[in-house]
Design a protein around this ligand. Sequence first.
Ligand SMILES: [Zn+2]
Length: 173
Amino acid sequence: MQHPNKDRLIEFYYSEANDLEAKRVFKHLQSCNDCLEYLNTLDHITGQLDHFVNQTPSEDTFDLIMKDIEVVPLKNTYKKELFSVLPFIRIVIFILFVLAALHFCQGWLTILPLWEVIREYRIIQVLGSYGLVAVVFFIFGSFVTLSITPVLLMDSERLKNMIRQVCNYGETK
Ligand SMILES: [Zn+2]
């Protein structure tokens, strides 16, 4: 059995449905206990709410609530240390890693038969095997960076939008 949408039931309850819709819901209710039960519950809750008297909160409501909330000082995780060696260690490790990769790749390059052919070229003689591998690394690195930059930019846009939405939500609340 196809139940009417909850909005239709609520419209029916508050007599806001049009005639056709009201007839349809009424007919459905005659044979559906679930929907009838739903409306009974709604009626019960509405009845309860009617017992509440509208009250204006007292002036110090906010203070009373805040009094019960424990204020935990925010940990200042963003505090920057004046001087940190960690970035330098990272840079050194990264440079060592790149040099090791260069060494590994040029060793691999010089045993290729291709190397015997290309080493005759003037440009290769100037660059040497290390230079050639470094140039290849540089081109490859630029390519990868250019490829992922749009993704990173898009991601930061999405992040900014999310933050904006959360802020707006806080303001309108
Ligand atoms: Zn139903």
